[in-house]
Design a protein around this ligand. Structure first.
Ligand code: PBG
Length: 336
């Protein structure tokens, strides 16, 4: 055979590393950590094998475990001791995230990013205070059957997000990550941080966050499922890709430093489009459902967990993500 092109030449063992286009480093990974003010012992999260909610007293130990694997950054989520319609515990000086931040930042070198949102703090589980007409028991009683035309009061939520971001920065957060998909959230937080003397705290915006069923296990983990309705009035429709570019552009205009796409694997087209169109660092959130499904299949003996975890993260990088938030962070980093 007179073949000019034989791509297999470069797939031989001694050369494939030299020509590999993508690599995965522990420094690309961010590990989510759950701190729970309602417990004084570590509680495993059933749908996310290997993950736990830890009490505030264990938050430093938990972050040290992450650091030992080579991962340098964590994303902190809090489960408060109590909830109310406004989510006021989200910006309390002695709130769960604020308390944990104080300890983690004074006792470790971890780079700590905080999820700035209200869904874990409101008793109705939505990502902000509700529109006037829904502030009644009726909506909650109707449960998931309640199909409101709108849910969260956007502009009232912005005021709460400003307080949350400032309280996180004050408690030592290195970066804040608003995840509520409210219009104007990045601009509101940017000016609040600047005004309060935190001009150097970057914002990682959950810029293109979809209304996804892949968040299921997380909502158990963080106790943040909506008590009625759903999040489709603020999170994006999975059918839309151009809209994601518009969302990212708005966040760029408002001063977001890092653009996140979430979920990751079912939305790699979006990761790749954001990478092409923008010069910002791009983060992708390999969410709880993406983690849970691989674990479930591996448990049945249908998939090789280590192999599919690494392949997933590599694919997310190949699509264009610089950073990956993933529950696989520690497992994969240990092997790199
Ligand atoms: C909202 C938030 C969610 C996740 C991260 N931040 C849940 C939601 O929007 O319902 C999901 C993360 C995951 O599924 O791993 N604060």
């Amino acid at each position: 055979m007179d073949l000019t092109h034989r791509p297999r030449r470069l797939r031989q063992d001694r050369v494939r590393g030299l020509v590999s286009e993508t690599s995965l480093e522990p420094s690309d990974l961010i590990a989510p950590v759950f701190v729970d003010a309602t417990t004084d012992e570590r509680r495993p999260i059933e749908s996310m094998p290997g993950h736990e909610r830890v009490p505030i007293a264990e938050s430093v130990a938990r972050v040290e475990e992450v650091l030992e694997t080579g991962v340098e950054a964590v994303m902190l989520f809090g489960i408060p001791e109590s909830k109310d319609p406004e989510g006021t515990r989200a910006w309390a000086e002695d709130g769960v995230v604020q308390e944990a931040l104080g300890r983690i930042t004074s006792e470790t070198d971890a780079y700590v990013i905080t999820d700035a949102c209200l869904c874990e703090y409101t008793d109705h589980g939505h990502c902000g205070p509700l529109e006037e007409e829904l502030r009644s028991e009726d909506a909650v009683e109707a449960g998931p059957a309640c199909e409101p035309t709108m849910t969260v009061d956007n502009d009232a939520t912005l005021a709460a997000l400003e307080k949350i971001a400032v309280s996180h920065a004050r408690a030592g957060a290195d970066m804040v990550a608003p995840s509520g998909m409210m219009d104007g959230m990045v601009g509101a937080i940017r000016s609040a941080l600047d005004r309060e003397g935190f001009a150097n705290v970057p914002i990682m915006s959950y810029a293109a966050k979809y209304e996804s069923a892949f968040y299921g296990p997380f909502r158990d983990a963080a106790d943040g499922a909506p008590a009625f309705g759903n999040r489709r009035h603020y999170q994006m429709d999975p059918a839309n890709a151009r809209e994601a570019m518009r969302e990212v552009r708005l966040d760029a205009e408002q001063g977001a430093d890092v653009m996140m796409v979430k979920p990751a694997l079912p939305y790699l087209d979006i990761v790749s489009a954001v990478r092409r169109e923008f010069d910002h660092p791009v983060a992708a959130y390999n969410v709880s459902g993406e983690y849970a499904m691989l674990h479930a299949a591996a448990e049945k003996g249908w998939l090789d967990l280590e192999a599919v975890a690494t392949e997933s993260l590599l694919s997310i990088k190949r699509a264009g993500a610089d950073l990956i938030l993933t529950y696989f962070a520690e497992d994969v980093a240990k092997r790199l």
